[in-house]
Design a protein around this ligand. Structure first.
Ligand code: NAD
Length: 485
């Protein structure tokens, strides 16, 4: 079967698809077969200019709409996405290789949740009234202006909407640059926003690699940059934005700890570890890739995990019974293979996976290393692939110190039946998004983001509003002005 997913054109600007074949061609590869399913072109300076001009013009008019009017457009877009969930999930699967079993419930639906949630909030975004005795002050919540969104390749539909929904709700416009690895899904989001009644130019999509992203970030018309990506890219983008004091949200990488105490429910803890390591073939920023298991539970944990891994179904991601897809790119597969080899060389015990199903496509088995120690490369560096590292521990204080001994701080999880221990330990873990007896839930109502090198700012929830708006303070004197002379 020949699969194609060629979009009408590479970019979506001012309400229409637009092409400029002078841009560098970017092949779109279906990760399950390695076949090219589309070609897009990187944005030329002319395309970037059109996108920024369009976004600027649209923003001024959009900011004048009432919040309720803005919210209505976003909520309509959420409904359209839900009505096309299957088609959008198939596109997500083609773009990323993630199994349809996942994309049908995790991607377009999460995007729709964000549009619905921020659409609902839009009418209530206000400043404050501040009584000051006889005088008073008030604040006006203002949009920032043109925002730039830059995406990673693991959740292309969700990332576009997690950024666009709060931005647009607050009265901003957006130019979004998807990852060059997964350029297709954001174009569909742009189409749907227009269908929902968004004005032309409000949400624009331009394609390209880091150089296009860098041109957007440094443009003086851009007020804010929200990046989802790796720490090295985050450093560059944050520094570039700082040069002009732009607002930023940085959703970056992680090496998050998942701590399984001796009193944990074994099945739930293993379920959490599976979700936190193998969902989306391990390509999730918040994954709990350092699984600290209490020594007394370790062998039972590993034995039962091996049994449950027998239910992994690797295969055609478009077959709904498949529950484990390929890596999203050949480059990422090579990175993961390198880490698996390093893990073996440094003396970790390979207890599951570690093999590569025959291509074509970028396949790997879910892989588990036991007896991993804190100094091993696989315990320190973000792998961003289906590799679980199991480490032993005995003492609570010790495991907390080891969990925190990393530059990252995106997520952390604890499995225990002792609730006071759960809260005590979570309070001491240096992470922005935490889980007790669960892992990797990301409801739009809960803020999401990291501390330390994992990021700045928060996505989702009312917290995101602060990152897409600013306050103007107004002091109002009711009496006479007393001046010294
Ligand atoms: P990446 O950093 O290579 O690229 C991210 C995006 O930044 C891409 O669109 C890329 O084109 C762009 N980019 C690269 N250089 C740039 C520059 N100088 N200026 C502007 N833009 C530039 O990341 P990736 O490989 O696409 O994604 C994987 C990484 O993303 C992992 O580290 C993962 O943990 C992280 N991630 C984080 C989250 C989160 O929410 N915290 C979510 C998903 C992925």
């Amino acid at each position: 079967m020949t699969v194609t997913a060629q979009p009408k054109a590479s970019h979506f600007i001012n309400g229409s698809y637009i092409e400029d074949k002078a841009g560098t061609p970017i092949p779109v590869i279906y990760p399950a077969t390695g076949a090219q399913i589309a070609t897009v072109h990187a944005a030329t300076p002319a395309i970037i200019e059109q996108a920024l001009q369009g976004a600027r013009a649209a923003q001024a008019a959009w900011a004048k709409c009432s919040g309720t009017e803005r919210g209505r457009v976003l909520r309509r877009a959420a409904d359209i996405i839900r009505a096309h969930n299957r088609q959008m999930s198939e596109l997500e699967t083609l773009d990323t290789g993630k199994p349809l079993q996942e994309t049908l419930v995790a991607d377009a639906s999460s995007a729709a949740d964000a549009l619905e949630y921020f659409g609902g909030l839009a009418g209530s975004l206000t400043g404050d009234h501040i009584p000051l005795g006889q005088d008073w002050a008030y604040t006006i919540r203002e949009p920032l202006g043109v925002c730039v969104g830059i995406g990673a390749w693991n959740y292309p539909t969700q990332i576009a909407c997690w950024k666009a929904a709060p931005a647009l709700a607050c009265g901003n416009s957006m130019v979004f640059k998807p990852s060059e690895t997964t350029p297709l899904c954001a174009l569909r989001v742009a189409e749907i926003l227009i269908e929902a009644g968004a004005p032309a130019g409000l949400f624009n999509v331009v394609q390209g690699a880091g150089d296009v992203g860098a041109q957007l970030v440094t443009d003086p018309r851009v007020a804010k940059v929200s990046l989802t990506g790796s720490v090295p890219t985050g450093r560059k983008v944050y520094a570039a934005a700082a040069a002009e004091m732009k607002h930023v949200t940085m959703e970056l990488g992680g090496k998050s700890p998942l701590i399984v105490f001796e009193d944990a429910d074994l099945e739930d803890a293993i379920g959490g570890a599976i979700l936190g390591n193998f969902y989306s073939s391990g390509q999730v920023c918040s994954n709990g890739t350092r699984v600290f298991v209490h020594k007394r539970l370790k062998e039972a944990f590993l034995g039962r995990l091996a049994e449950r891994l027998k239910d992994v179904r690797i295969g055609d991601p478009l077959d709904e019974t498949t529950n484990f897809g390929p890596m999203t790119s050949a480059a990422q597969l090579d990175i993961v293979k390198g880490y698996i080899a390093t893990g073996q060389r440094e003396g970790a015990r390979l207890v599951a996976g570690g093999r590569y199903p025959e291509g074509p496509g970028f396949w790997i088995e879910p892989t588990v290393f036991a007896d991993v120690t804190d100094d091993m490369t696989i315990a320190r560096e973000e792998i961003f692939g289906a590799v679980m590292c199991v480490l032993d521990f005995e003492e609570e204080d010790d495991v907390i110190a080891r969990a925190n001994a990393t530059q990252y701080g995106l997520s952390a999880g604890v499995f225990t039946r002792d609730l006071s221990r759960a809260h005590r330990v979570i309070a001491r873990l240096e992470a922005g998004t935490c889980f007790i007896n669960s892992y990797n839930d990301a409801p739009v109502e809960m803020p999401f983001g990291g501390v330390k090198m994992s990021g700045v700012g928060r996505e989702n929830a009312t917290a995101a509003i602060q990152h897409y708006s600013q306050l103007k303070s107004v002091y109002v004197r009711m009496g006479r002005v007393e001046a010294p002379f």
